[in-house]
Design a protein around this ligand. Structure first.
Ligand code: 5GP
Length: 118
């Protein structure tokens, strides 16, 4: 349980090494790992280790420096894996496809096709 009484998210359990993941980057604030169900040749989830923000809107309001650090790490990963050109997706709300309510970005790249948003 967290201090708010909610069950820890699946991503908090990855941070705690309670469930395995292929971690590709980590520092005091951010962790990044391969998505279990990749939607592109490169598909990395980048999420926070600190705070309890459910989505990017809450994170931007509550800790903009942490959001900036998340974006910095996302770019670092993309620079290594996709030449620095990538899609950065924050699904925000269930109707928009968010399934894990622990703020995270998807880094997508490597052969995404041309000119698509979907
Ligand atoms: P959302 O749909 O909330 O934007 O993204 C959640 C993402 O987390 C999905 O792309 C899903 O495949 C991924 N995911 C869910 N559970 C796990 C897990 O246990 N391990 C890993 N590596 N990814 C997960």
């Amino acid at each position: 349980m967290t201090s708010s009484g909610a069950e820890p998210s699946i991503f908090s359990r990855i941070v705690a090494r309670e469930i395995p993941a292929t971690i590709v980057a980590e520092n005091d604030q951010i962790i990044a790992f391969e998505d279990i169900n990749p939607q592109a040749p490169v598909h990395i989830v980048v999420t926070t280790k600190t705070g309890e923000y459910r989505d990017v809107v809450e994170l931007a309001a509550g800790d903009p420096l942490l959001l900036a650090e998340l974006v910095r790490v996302a770019h670092e990963i993309a620079a290594e894996r996709t030449g620095g050109e990538f899609r950065l997706v924050f699904n925000t709300g269930a109707a928009a496809g968010q399934t894990v309510f622990h703020v995270h970005a998807h880094v997508l790249g490597g052969g995404l096709g041309e000119g698509t948003l979907g």
